[in-house]
Write a protein that binds this ligand. Structure first.
Ligand code: ZN
Length: 435
């Protein structure tokens, strides 16, 4: 009988607390759900439309035929067509096929909503063509570096997705038919984590199902870059392989990548960028990414993903603000800091090339590429998949719920102990009731 009484007390207490907890949870959920979020529109005083940006780049190329050339590539799959502009920079264009030069492939705007990245492409090309200048950069030193390079720039990788953003879908990150171009590559393609978001991360029907990815793959295989950078926004980070596992590769190229990232972070970002493998640094894994392919399959010895800006305080629904600076000061700061970081990376790349040659690790530069027998490629931006803010909020809510449950459990236990004592001290009354 005593046990039954205790059990009834316990269950009653539990019921009361459960009802209370449900009420709290319901009330919280309701207020959260009806929260009004102001949506920031694209600031057209700062940002080009994709059409205007590509026109600007085209006229830049026409003004500097000695340094720049442009090609437009298109590809089609099942009625879906993608077009891509590729700009090649070589300080003396006649030498652009010189295999002794360091080859660098940079892509911007793979995710549609990350408009700031395409502005960085334009800024960088303007600096390379000497139409714009950065403070504290000695031009003759820079030119000595640039003499050693060929750079290919894809200013807007995902033009179709970008058009959707410009038409008002500010949170769109995928291509023109709903595929995440940074999940459509072959390394570990299609693997889904527990937190996989089928909307944001749709990897396509097969690796390279998307024309945009096909164009980029061909470009990487024909150009054989030594350095690859996939430029994104949503946070501030310098990532290296891998994205699909939370480790960095072993070996010399990996050490070189790490030291480049550390140097850039220290000199240009006061060490505040997140650094390391994409998969290991952001707390989730991404499968089928471009950087993992570049490292693993295309054997690009230096494969990076740079995340150049993120507003962690912005609402996850306010995508323009979350992924792009909205005022002119931060807009210019981001473009200048990251342009300077790119120039620095070029210079370190050339130094490393010289270092490797002098150490006779390779008898020619192309042999250096072939030493990368164990490479595997990299990251990105998983943060931006639902938007950082959302993840942070969700995590916060989870923690609150967990603590609340623990609190409830201990309260119930305490109450149970308390009730047991009362029931003992008031035995005569309880006994009477039981009859
Ligand atoms: Zn992105």
């Amino acid at each position: 009988m005593g046990f039954r009484r205790h059990l009834i007390f316990f269950l009653s207490c539990l019921l009361i607390f459960a009802l209370f907890a449900n009420y709290v949870s319901f009330a919280y959920g309701k207020s959260n759900g009806t929260q009004h979020v102001a949506i920031t529109p694209i600031n057209h005083d700062l940002y080009h439309t994709s059409g205007a940006l590509l026109e600007e780049i085209e006229s830049l190329v026409h003004r500097h035929p000695d340094k720049l050339s442009i090609e437009k590539i298109s590809s089609k799959n099942k009625g879906y067509e993608a077009q891509m502009t590729v700009v090649t920079y070589c300080r003396n264009r006649k030498e652009s096929d010189d295999r002794g030069k360091l080859r660098i492939l940079l892509t911007f705007g793979q995710h549609a909503r990350e408009l700031i990245t395409t502005e960085l492409a334009l800024r960088l090309l303007s600096i390379l063509s000497e139409e714009e200048f950065l403070p504290n950069v000695d031009r003759s030193t820079l030119n000595r570096t640039l003499d050693r390079l060929v750079i290919k720039v894809v200013p807007v990788e995902n033009l179709n997705g970008r058009t959707l953003v410009e038409d008002g879908d500010l949170c769109e990150r995928r291509n023109g038919r709903g595929v995440d171009l940074n999940r459509n590559w072959s390394v570990d393609w299609g693997k889904k984590e527990k937190d996989y978001d089928p909307y944001e991360e749709h990897p396509g029907t097969a690796p390279f199902s998307e024309p945009e990815t096909q164009i980029m793959r061909k470009l990487s295989l024909s150009f054989e870059p030594h350095i690859w950078v996939n430029v994104h926004s949503g946070m501030e980070a310098l990532f290296m392989p891998y994205d699909h596992k939370n480790t960095t590769p072993d070996g010399i190229p990996s050490q070189m990548m790490k030291s480049i990232l550390e140097e850039l972070n220290h000199i240009h970002f006061k060490d505040h960028c997140l650094i390391g493998s994409g998969g290991g640094s952001v707390g989730y894994l991404a499968h089928g990414t471009a950087t993992d392919y570049m490292y693993d399959v295309a054997r690009v010895p230096m494969a990076f993903t740079f995340e150049i800006y993120g507003d962690l305080k912005a609402s996850s629904k306010d995508c323009f603000k979350m992924f792009n600076p909205v005022d002119i000061t931060s807009f210019n700061r981001v473009l200048n800091d990251w342009s300077a970081a790119f120039l620095q990376m070029f210079s370190i790349g050339v130094q490393q090339m010289d270092g490797l040659q002098s150490k006779a690790i390779a008898s020619s530069f192309d042999n250096w590429v072939s030493i990368d027998d164990y490479l595997n490629g990299y990251l990105m931006q998983r943060k931006s998949r639902y938007g950082k803010k959302m993840e942070v909020l969700d995590l916060g809510m989870q923690e609150i719920r967990t603590y609340f449950r623990l609190f409830l459990l201990s309260s119930v236990l305490l109450l149970f102990m308390f009730c047991s004592r009362i029931s003992k001290s008031t035995r005569p009354i309880v006994s009477a009731m039981s009859i």
